[in-house]
Design a protein around this ligand. Structure first.
Ligand SMILES: [Zn+2]
Length: 241
């Protein structure tokens, strides 16, 4: 009864968040496929769009490079490099320039020391450790509880595990303002440096909004997992009293 995957309550709590995540994923694919076919009237390819945005705010030192894969675009704050996937780098589609501009938005956040980006970067090692080790401790504690008649030590291990595990949720929460802000900056700047017209900006926004929704869904999945295990542990803790 301690194992989550055969517990109907677990499925009931996780399923809606999971469905939202799948739906968001298919929406971002759909928006990307659709607006990959619609070319920006400026005819500027993704890498030039990123370069224009970066230069417009004086970020000459940030390099724009190519990276393999689909939708693997990202900004690397440690190396000050903006990496664009093949489908974005050379393409002048609305999807491509929107994604390139979004990544340039992250570079702008880095330059202005945008607080949520600073926090998010600082959280990476804690989250990597916490989500792996915490999950292990949480399950270790639950299994120990099963064999020790819910001993105090087993509960303590499980609670510490859950707290460590919930760093993944906090990380996904901090990611939201970072992503929304990067898209907001991208949309303003794209029009300002004439990468898109104001009419095209509406379509570029659709691509970026679809991408943002995947981060919201990921946050919900993480939240529901933490809530489920917290509920589980509270029930076990009170069963001892
Ligand atoms: Zn982003």
């Amino acid at each position: 009864m301690f194992f989550p995957f055969i517990d109907p309550k677990y499925l009931l709590m996780i399923a809606p968040a999971f469905i939202l995540a799948m739906w968001a994923q298919s929406r971002v694919k759909g928006a990307y496929n659709r607006y990959s076919q619609v070319m920006a009237s400026s005819g500027i390819p993704g890498y030039v769009a990123a370069r224009r945005l970066l230069d417009a705010v004086g970020l000459y030192e940030v390099d724009v490079k190519r990276v393999p894969g689909e939708l693997s675009d990202h900004y690397d704050p440690s190396k000050k490099v903006l990496r664009l996937s093949d489908g974005v780098y050379d393409s002048s589609s609305l999807a491509a320039v929107a994604i390139a501009a979004h990544e340039a938005g992250h570079a702008m956040q880095d330059r202005t020391r945008y607080p949520f980006l600073v926090l998010r970067t600082a959280m990476v090692p804690i989250t990597t450790f916490g989500s792996r080790f915490g999950y292990f401790m949480l399950f270790g504690g639950l299994i120990l509880a099963m064999f020790t008649n819910v001993s105090a030590i087993s509960l303590a291990v499980a609670w510490v595990g859950l707290i460590l595990f919930s760093t993944a949720f906090v990380f996904s929460l901090v990611t939201l303002p970072v992503e929304f802000d990067a898209s907001r900056r991208a949309l303003v700047m794209m029009e300002r440096v004439a990468v898109v017209s104001s009419a095209e900006r509406v379509h570029a926004k659709k691509v970026l909004d679809a991408a943002a929704l995947t981060y919201v869904a990921a946050m919900f999945v993480a939240l529901m997992q933490v809530l489920y295990f917290a509920m589980r542990l509270l029930a076990l803790t009170s069963s001892r009293d």
